[in-house]
Design a protein around this ligand. Structure first.
Ligand code: ADP
Ligand code: MG
Ligand code: MG
Length: 208
């Protein structure tokens, strides 16, 4: 079964809920190696996405992801807003104007999102950023693209969690945490954590 605009809206609302639940956790992770605003930034952005969805006329998956992208870009400052915004925008473009998308299309959208984040932020694997959650997530999605969307997204979310956990041992080479040098090691990257949370919410929404 494919995913329609309704499915995407549900996934974005689920992500907003999970981000709200983990707002303080994301703030504390960013306090350790950044400026303690990641939870607030993400919460502001996803609250604005929910407001936009409430009045949206968008009627296909790509259009809704584009709405999320433009909302994040306009409402969230700092590093994460433009990075997630670019990711959602590339995913939107990958889905085009199809009214229903399948697992293969969703995996391709995730790949496009990762490429967008990397094009914008220039981070590679091991730099201790959201990219370290997204790379294994995209690989898992592509490997699982012959399954239904929920199963594929569960694999992607689980891989993202593992990837986020792997940032603990890394020394940051991008973003604010890189100012700490070696002292950034021993802490989970907040953006990697939020990426895993968002994918987890998407997977849960897809399974309902
Ligand atoms: P800021 O650092 O401007 O306060 P946030 O706290 O909202 O922005 O976001 C920080 C997160 O952004 C980091 O934990 C990291 O995952 C991500 N990030 C920062 N710089 C980059 C980059 N160049 N590429 C990918 N992700 C990045
Ligand atoms: Mg910050
Ligand atoms: Mg900041």
């Amino acid at each position: 079964m494919g995913c329609t605009a309704e499915g995407i809206a549900g996934a974005l609302r689920a992500a907003a809920e999970v981000i709200a639940e983990h707002r303080v956790e994301l703030i504390e992770l960013d306090r350790a190696i950044g400026d303690a605003d990641h939870g607030e930034n993400m919460h502001r952005g996803f609250t604005a996405i929910v407001s936009a969805l409430d009045t949206a006329a968008a009627d296909n998956p790509g259009a809704l992801l584009k709405l999320a992208a433009t909302t994040l870009i306009s409402k969230v400052g700092g590093a994460a807003g433009p990075l997630y915004g670019t990711g959602f925008l590339r995913a939107a473009t990958a889905l085009g104007t199809a009214s229903e998308v399948d697992s293969v299309a969703v995996a391709a959208a995730l790949r496009a999102a990762l490429e967008g984040v990397q094009a914008r932020g220039k981070a590679v694997a091991g730099d201790k950023t959201m990219v370290d959650a997204l790379i294994p997530a995209v690989s898992a999605a592509e490997a699982g693209a012959d399954a239904d969307i929920a199963t594929m997204l569960e694999a992607a979310a689980s891989a993202a969690s593992g990837g986020a956990q792997s940032t603990v041992d890394m020394v940051a080479r991008k973003g604010r945490a890189s100012y700490l040098g070696e002292r950034s090691a021993g802490h989970l990257d907040p953006g990697a954590r939020s990426s895993a949370l968002i994918l987890g919410a998407f997977a849960k929404a897809a399974s309902e």
